[in-house]
Design a protein around this ligand. Structure first.
Ligand code: NAP
Length: 261
């Protein structure tokens, strides 16, 4: 099975920590040169330093805030023209939690800006380079809420479905060129995002964080949270030459939590 990414450049968004960082590490191990993107410059510098340890590739970072899609559009149109990427990992922080009945309009728009618009602009900016290289892999990190909405994540559930519909449409359009567009849907994964969801639920319910975490683990047939690296494994496979005939899928990596067929 060919999972060699030597000579390829991957743009990995939301890569200062969590699933994005684990993905950047794995893609670099597989031979890719990686550009990591997020807001926190110091964290990105640390990630690039750790990626570069014991390896020859020249990894880089770009500081960018996905709450400002017009800036993202302009920045990456120029960046990707100068540094084409064959692999694009669309990823950013999840929308804040809360019941959908309480959400105001701006929360939906903010979610759409950070997830849908940035995915669109980054994809548009990356396509010329993919076409020149004859290789294109676009992987969107979404959520299992694409299949089963998660209670208490009203805005997130809504935005994630929009991103999944966008991705499926893009997959169909790009398939004739041999480029793939897929979604990875993390289940409960041990990152800062999960920690903040657990503490939010604990605060709201008056129960302890341990109790909430145990309840969440109990809803996973495997009885544990996933590791960021376990989600990255699926992402990296989809980015590889071996996954050339897989497109338009939403792959849950959730320890068996989804109940749908
Ligand atoms: N962990 C889970 O259990 C789980 C489950 C389902 C879905 N997901 C989703 O999967 C994605 C990744 O999750 P994660 O657990 O790795 O999250 P995380 O630990 O919170 O990391 C999010 C990453 O996105 C970056 N980011 C956040 N806001 C940004 C912005 N406005 N502009 C640019 N970058 C931004 C963060 O870096 P900076 O702060 O430096 O910008 C960080 O690198 C999220 O959309 C999350 O909601 C996670």
């Amino acid at each position: 099975m060919n999972t060699n990414l030597t000579g390829k450049h991957a743009l990995v968004c939301g890569a200062s920590r969590g699933i994005g960082q684990a993905t950047a590490e794995l893609l670099a191990e597989m031979g890719a040169t990686v550009t990591v993107v997020a807001r926190n410059k110091e964290r990105l510098e640390e990630v690039v330093e750790s990626l570069s340890r014991n390896r020859n590739q020249q990894h880089q970072f770009v500081v960018s805030d996905f709450s400002k899609p017009d800036e993202v559009k302009e920045r990456f149109a120029a960046w990707l023209e100068a540094t084409p990427a064959e692999i694009l990992i669309n990823n950013s922080g999840g929308p804040p939690p809360g019941p959908i009945a309480d959400a105001d309009g701006e929360a939906f728009l903010a979610g759409m800006r950070a997830h849908l618009l940035c995915n669109q602009y980054l994809t548009q900016a990356a396509l010329p380079g993919m076409r020149a290289a004859g290789y294109g892999r676009i992987i969107n990190i979404i959520s299992t809420s694409v299949y089963e909405p998660i209670p208490g994540l009203g805005v997130s559930n809504t935005v994630r479905s929009a991103v999944a519909a966008w991705a499926k449409t893009m997959a169909g359009e790009l398939a004739p060129e041999g480029f793939t567009v897929n979604n990875v849907l993390p289940g409960f994964t041990a990152t800062d995002r999960l920690t903040s969801l657990i503490s939010g639920r604990a605060e709201k319910s008056g129960r302890s964080e341990e109790e909430i975490a145990a309840e969440m683990r109990g809803s996973v047939p495997m009885g544990r949270f996933g590791e960021a690296r376990e989600i990255a494994n699926a992402i990296a496979f989809l980015a590889s030459p071996a996954a050339a005939y897989i497109t338009g899928v939403s792959l849950a990596v959730d320890g068996g939590r989804l109940k749908r067929l």
